[in-house]
Design a protein around this ligand. Structure first.
Ligand code: 13P
Length: 249
């Protein structure tokens, strides 16, 4: 049985007080019927420790981690530090980090390995640019993002990976992929995991959709066979919107 997951990605939004207010509001709204869905909040590093122990209704995720173990890397946050906050997940390979912080498949290998060796699950983001989709290269792009950063892992390690397919052209633009486009790519992603690791991994791997997902389109997207949930940016900053998305299956 594949796990259904709704993960929020707050990005660089909400100071500590605002974050606490949002979570308190959310906790009042999330009902027990939402609870066959795992809720994850991807929050700034500064919020991890405070939010990790507040409630068992959600898990907390970092949005990045250092590719180094420890040492003279001013301003960096290690996997070990993240684990010590009580966080359970780390989002890696987000397109904003690939675009603005020189993240690439090679340094992501190191980050993935460090997270897994610290018992942190990884939400690994992949997705094509508009130009890649328009030139018909979207499957190849996503395939190499996955192969180059993840396919050195063994099957047990892969069971601690969640994939988030986020077409770059749909992130923060208000233009979402159609549910058919999402389904097509999710089925493709699942097929490459099946080819590499066998049927079982393909069956259990959760694949989330991200990119302008909101309360109006979530149900349609999540109704597709290979879509197991969402990685939600803007709409995760509003408790009402986010809880509607959690209830959208
Ligand atoms: P939006 O939902 O704001 O488009 O952001 C998606 C995203 O980047 C989640 O990681």
């Amino acid at each position: 049985m594949r796990k259904k997951i709704i993960a929020g990605n707050w990005k660089m939004n909400k100071n500590l007080n605002e974050g606490a207010d949002l979570v308190n509001e959310l906790l009042e709204i999330i009902t027990s019927s939402s609870m066959d869905v795992e809720v994850i909040l991807g929050v700034p590093f500064t919020h991890l420790y405070m939010l990790a122990s507040i409630s068992d209704k959600f898990s907390v995720s970092a949005q990045n981690c250092s590719s180094q173990v420890s040492g003279a890397f001013t301003g960096e946050i290690s996997a070990n530090m993240i684990q010590s906050t009580g966080a359970k997940y780390v989002i890696l390979g987000h397109s904003e980090r690939r675009a603005y912080h020189q993240e690439n498949n090679a340094n992501l290998v190191k980050k993935v390995d460090l997270c897994l060796s610290h018992n942190l699950k990884v939400i690994y983001c992949c997705g094509e640019l508009l130009s890649e989709r328009n030139s018909g290269n979207h499957f190849e792009t996503v395939k190499s993002q996955i192969e180059e950063a993840l396919f050195h892992l063994n099957p047990e390690q892969i069971s601690n990976i969640v994939i988030a397919y986020e077409p770059v052209w749909a992130i923060g633009t208000g233009v979402t992929a159609s549910s058919d486009q999402a389904q097509e790519m999710h089925a493709y992603i699942r097929s490459i995991f099946k080819d590499k690791y066998g049927l079982n991994i393909g069956k259990y791997l959760s694949i989330l959709y991200g990119g302008s997902c909101n309360p109006s389109n979530a149900h349609e997207i999540f109704s597709k066979e290979d879509v197991d949930g969402g990685l939600i940016g803007g709409a995760s900053l509003n408790a009402n919107d986010f809880s509607q998305i959690i209830n959208a299956f």
